[in-house]
Design a protein around this ligand. Structure first.
Ligand code: SF4
Length: 214
């Protein structure tokens, strides 16, 4: 897959009305060659200005949570469900999500990530293909097409405060990120065990992942 060609196409995309009001398309931060993909909702004011997802206070919280599980932005791809800022930070509309779907699908098909962290309702519903809300979905790991999915709150929502299950929303996110660390460690250990015992099983796993997110 020529992901650079798809990125170039996205940067000048006019497939939905958000092209009229954005400053620039926000493609990704971090590395699409990493094993962790973090998916948010849409660019906000600062992201639209800088062309980078998750800058400002929400980005700092995300960086802190990553550091607590020994990761940083160079070890993950950070993307959004839609690549252009909705005016006034309103919710993305269904037709906008559908218009933008091929870009996130291309990013995921290129990456074939081991772990996907979905931040908030829009990303979680998109990836799980389910109407379940984030408060019900979080705290668990889901399997989708070869990846482990870990839903958690959106950092912007956590910064607004509130409590969840007797703890702060930020501490609930901390629990979810610890889940990510555990899943990564387990998947690495399983891959090493497979590599040590059979090259055939690795080939079979690769074949299963050919059709990832469409
Ligand atoms: S939100 Fe997505 S589909 Fe809409 S103009 Fe931006 S890149 Fe294109």
């Amino acid at each position: 897959m020529d992901i650079e060609a798809i990125r170039s196409e996205a940067l000048t995309c006019t497939k939905c009305r958000l092209a009229e009001t954005r400053t620039q398309v926000v493609w990704a931060d971090g590395s699409l060659d990493s094993e962790v993909c973090i998916i948010g909702e849409a660019p906000g004011f600062n992201e639209d200005k800088q062309g980078v997802p998750f800058v400002g206070a929400a980005g700092q919280l995300l960086d802190t949570l990553l550091a607590e599980i020994d990761l940083d932005r160079t070890q993950a791809a950070i993307v959004n469900v839609i690549k252009c800022r909705p005016p006034g930070n309103r919710d993305p509309q269904t037709d906008e999500i559908e218009a933008c779907r091929p870009y996130l699908s291309a990013q995921l098909n290129y990456m074939r990530p081991e772990v996907i962290i979905t931040l908030g309702n829009f990303a979680t519903k998109f990836i799980l293909d389910s109407p379940v809300g984030i408060t019900r979905a979080r705290g668990q790991v889901y399997a989708r097409k070869g990846a482990s999915i870990v839903p958690t709150f959106h950092p912007a929502a956590a910064l607004r405060g509130g409590r969840f299950g007797g703890i702060s929303t930020i501490d609930a996110m901390r629990e979810d990120f610890r889940l990510v660390r555990n899943v990564l460690d387990e998947r690495r250990a399983a891959a090493e065990a497979r590599a040590a015992t059979s090259t055939e099983s690795i080939a079979a796993d690769g074949a299963e992942q050919l059709d990832f997110f469409g």
